[in-house]
Design a binder for this molecule. Structure first.
Ligand SMILES: O=C[C@H](O)COP(=O)(O)O
Length: 257
């Protein structure tokens, strides 16, 4: 974390979990555990159907609401899809783009990720752009080349003045939901690489202001060490964000002086 230049963001990604009543129960349990907001911004990315309730339930504890995906067009004949504009009007602030589960199960490509980044920025949302390698790619030694490709594709055509709204999340696929975490060094190395790519594209001033999260089995036990890496500015948290006590412990790790 480098709080001098950029915001630390702890974001939960609930994926396809929690009904409306479970969302209410989560809020009730979480609120008494939350301390005073300090350094970090806290975000909960929830299923579309829970967004209206979540924006109301978490407003008084200053948790921003995010969506887990959006379409790249602003409207049209795309049955079942939701646009960035629609999310914006509901009070959504962040949107996860290009999560590996969407790339794997819904054929999202670096090309659609780029279109969605543009759509999110156009609508006034902050995209949390996910990049990361599979186990095979790590073992082949191509992680950094792949990250370079994913980051450059995601940012194609994004002007420098919009970059302060963009967040990256480095999520090694082999660490997602597996209990296997990247070591702090591995996470730090890739997050540093992402910043270097942004520096080459946009210059040092832009690069040092971009928040880069780590995601992949982050939990109360490993959060502090991961967040202590200079280029790891927060977390995108799946499983541990479903449990109020664990999520708060991670927020507390990010808030330590
Ligand atoms: O978006 C969150 C990531 O996929 C991490 O999920 P996880 O914390 O359950 O490994």
């Amino acid at each position: 974390m480098n709080r001098r230049y950029r915001k630390t963001i702890i974001a939960g990604n609930w994926k396809m979990n929690k009904t409306l009543s479970e969302t209410r129960a989560f809020a009730e349990e979480l609120k008494p555990l939350l301390g005073r907001p300090k350094w970090c911004e806290v975000v909960l990315c929830v299923p579309y159907v829970n967004i209206p309730a979540a924006t109301r339930l978490f407003k008084d504890c200053r948790i921003a609401i995010g969506a887990e995906n959006c379409h790249y067009e602003s409207s049209g004949a795309y049955t079942g899809e939701v646009s960035a504009e629609m999310l914006k009007e509901l009070g959504v602030k962040y949107v996860v783009i290009g999560h590996s589960e969407r790339r794997q199960y819904y054929n999202e490509t670096d090309f659609t990720v780029n279109k969605k980044v543009h759509a999110a920025l156009e609508a006034g949302l902050r995209p949390i752009v996910c990049v990361g390698e599979s186990l095979e790619q790590r073992e082949l030694g191509v992680t950094l080349e792949l990250i370079n490709y994913q980051v450059k594709c995601a940012l194609a055509g994004v002007p420098a003045e919009k970059m302060r709204h963009v967040v990256f999340a480095y999520e090694p696929i082999w660490a997602i939901g597996t209990g296997k975490t990247a070591t702090a060094q591995e996470a730090g190395e890739v997050c540093e690489t992402i910043r270097t790519i942004i520096r080459k594209l946009y210059g040092a001033r832009v690069a040092r202001a971009v928040t880069i999260q780590y995601g992949g089995s982050m939990n109360p036990k490993n959060a502090f060490e991961l967040l202590a890496q200079p280029d790891v500015d927060g977390g995108l948290i799946g499983g541990a964000a479903l449990k109020p006590d664990q999520f708060v412990e991670i927020i507390n790790a990010a808030n330590q002086d």
